[in-house]
Design a protein around this ligand. Structure first.
Ligand SMILES: *Cc1c(COP(=O)(O)O)cnc(C)c1O
Length: 300
C-alpha cells in the first residue's frame, strides 16, 4: 500500500522543494505509522492464534487508539495498560480512551511509577499470568516486526529525494525508513521528546549511518506545546488544508521550516516529510489547551 506525496509550496525559497507523504490518509482510524507498525505484528499474532493483544500507552496515545480499533475490526480482544491511575474514573472525559473503550478495549490503569517498570520481567510475568495467551506489544508498538512494516513507507518513487524527515517517538518508524533509504539520502528524525537515549535505540535497529536526530524542536518535552506552535499549525492548515498533529508531525514541520530559514538545507534540496498521522489526538489536546486558556487548534 502506497500513499501520495503532496507538494507543499508554502513559504519556500525557489531552489528547495518540499513534499509531504500522506500516510495519515492510509486509514481513517489506524492512521499513518501505527498502521505500518501493527501490520506484521497482527499477522504474527494471528498465526500464533493468540487470545488477544495487550499493549501500553498514555492518556491520548495514537497507538492505543489504533490497537483498539484493529481489535474491533479484525475480531480480537484488546487490553490497554494505561499510564495514570487517576484516569480510571475519567474515561468519558478522554476522547482517546472513550473511543478505545467503545471499540472493546479493556483497561488496566497503573501509577506512573508502575508504568515505568512496564518492561521489567516481573511486571511482564504478572501480566502474562493474568492475560494468558495474549500477544504483548511494547509501548508505541516498536519491535522488529513494527520496523519491518515501516520499511514499506518509502518506495522506489522516493529515490529522487535528498532529505527525508520523520517525527520520532520511540524511533521505530525512523528506523524502518533508514533501513529502506538509499545511501545518497539523508534521514532526519525530529524527536517529540527530550532525552538522549533515542540515538542508541535507533542504532540497535539499523545498519545505515545516513541519519541524524534534530533535537531542537521538542517544545519542552513530550506532549508540551506552545502558543507559537499552535499558531504555526493553524496557519499551515489555513494555507494548505493539511491538518498536522501537535505532538509529532507539527513539531517536525515547524522544525523543517525553521531549518530552511536558517539555511540548513543546501541549494537544490528535495525534502520529503512523512505525515505519520496522529490526528485522533487533537480533540484531547484541545481540551488541555482550553484549560490552559491557550488558543485552540481550529481544524478538527
Ligand atoms: C507514534 C507516532 C510517531 C512516533 O513513532 P515512533 O515509531 O514511536 O518513533 C510519530 N508520529 C505520529 C503521528 C505518531 O502517532
Amino acid at each position: 500500500m502506497h500513499s501520495v506525496n503532496q507538494e507543499i509550496k508554502l513559504y519556500l525559497p525557489q531552489n528547495i522543494s518540499l513534499f509531504l507523504k500522506r500516510e495519515d490518509l492510509l486509514h481513517p482510524e489506524i492512521s499513518g505509522n501505527k498502521f505500518r507498525k501493527l501490520k506484521y505484528n497482527l499477522l504474527e499474532a494471528q498465526s500464533e492464534s493468540v487470545s488477544g493483544v495487550l499493549t501500553f500507552g498514555g492518556a491520548f496515545s495514537n497507538h492505543i487508539a489504533a490497537v483498539a480499533f484493529a481489535g474491533k475490526k479484525f475480531g480480537f480482544d484488546t487490553v490497554g495498560v494505561i499510564r495514570g491511575e487517576e484516569l480510571a474514573g475519567k474515561i468519558s472525559e478522554n476522547p482517546t480512551l472513550l473511543a478505545a473503550q467503545q471499540n472493546g478495549m479493556k483497561f488496566v490503569f497503573v501509577s506512573r511509577e508502575s508504568f515505568r517498570e512496564k518492561s521489567s520481567a516481573a511486571f511482564i510475568d504478572r501480566l502474562k499470568k493474568e492475560y494468558e495467551g495474549f500477544y504483548i506489544l511494547p509501548e508505541g508498538g516498536t519491535n522488529e516486526l513494527a520496523i519491518k512494516g515501516c520499511e514499506e513507507i518509502l518506495t522506489d518513487e522516493d529515490a529522487g529525494f535528498t532529505h527525508i524527515c520523520c517525527a520520532v517517538g520511540t524511533g521505530g518508524t525512523l528506523s524502518g525508513i533508514i533501513n529502506s533509504s538509499l545511501s545518497h539520502q539523508k534521514m532526519l528524525g525530529f524527536p517529540a521528546l527530550k532525552g538522549s537515549f533515542l540515538s542508541d535505540d535507533i542504532r540497535s535497529f539499523v545498519k545505515n549511518t545516513n541519519w541524524d536526530l534534530i533535537s531542537d524542536y521538542h517544545f519542552g518535552g513530550y506532549g508540551k506545546i506552545t502558543e507559537e506552535l499552535i499558531r504555526f499549525l493553524n496557519r499551515f492548515y489555513r494555507e494548505t488544508e493539511i491538518p498536522l498533529d501537535p505532538i509529532y508531525t507539527g513539531k517536525m514541520m515547524f522544525g523543517i521550516y525553521d531549518l530552511i530559514e536558517k539555511g540548513y538545507f543546501p541549494e537544490g534540496s528535495r525534502i520529503l516529510a512523512i505525515h505519520t498521522g496522529g490526528l485522533q489526538g487533537i480533540k484531547g489536546m484541545n481540551m488541555v489547551l482550553e484549560k490552559k486558556k491557550l488558543p485552540l487548534l481550529n481544524y478538527i
